[in-house]
Ligand binder design. Structure first.
Ligand code: HEC
Ligand code: HEC
Ligand code: HEC
Length: 111
């Protein structure tokens, strides 16, 4: 009985804590963005290396919540053609800023 009370208290405490002090949920290691955002088209699905991106960046570089997860900074409205929002508003600007090698080469992301 006592043990169960402790467990319950722990759950309640965690739920009430500010995001920063919660155990970090790093999310999936890789994410199929075509499936996740229901993108239609013939290009090969982009399998986003999520954990690789966490190495040198802050969660807040992509997520609204500084502890990561939930909404991204960008909403993807235009999902077709080369001028889509993934390219123009999310992946490419940062790859340009960080000077990622072949960061805008099609085969870097569509493989
Ligand atoms: C930095 C990563 C990245 C690079 C580089 C990149 N793309 Fe994309 N592209 C994406 C993402 C993410 C999507 C949306 C998810 C998906 O389709 O899997 C997408 C979607 C697309 C789409 C719309 C969906 C479809 O299947 O028609 C086209 C067209 C496209 N890309 C063409 C290109 C071309 C051409 C290049 C090279 C000039 C290129 N992409 C380079 C990440 C990239
Ligand atoms: C370079 C961009 C980028 C960075 C940096 C990043 N993420 Fe993400 N993250 C994404 C994308 C894109 C998704 C998929 C979007 C979605 O599922 O809504 C995602 C999804 C997630 C999810 C799953 C969300 C859900 O609702 O299922 C979690 C959890 C998460 N990220 C945690 C983190 C944490 C923690 C960090 C920092 C240590 C982090 N992310 C850093 C881009 C990033
Ligand atoms: C906030 C910055 C940022 C955003 C946004 C971002 N990237 Fe990156 N990306 C990086 C950096 C920095 C690297 C280089 C990482 C390294 O080599 O350690 C990288 C590298 C990559 C690589 C190469 C990985 C490898 O194996 O060398 C791929 C693929 C990639 N990104 C896909 C994407 C896609 C797809 C998106 C958009 C959905 C995206 N990135 C958005 C910063 C970003």
């Amino acid at each position: 009985m006592k043990k169960r009370c402790f467990a319950l208290v722990a759950v309640l405490l965690t739920a009430g804590m500010p995001a920063g002090s919660r155990a970090l949920d790093r999310g999936p290691e890789t994410i199929d963005l075509k499936e996740r955002f229901q993108v239609e088209g013939n290009k090969k699905a982009v399998i986003f290396p999520h954990h690789l991106h966490q190495a040198g960046l802050a969660c807040a570089d992509c997520h609204q919540d500084p502890a990561g997860g939930g909404s991204l900074l960008v909403e993807f409205v235009n999902k077709s053609g080369v001028a889509n929002d993934f390219h123009k508003k999310f992946c490419w600007p940062c790859h340009e800023e960080k000077k990622v090698t072949r960061g805008k080469s099609c085969s870097t992301c569509h493989k």
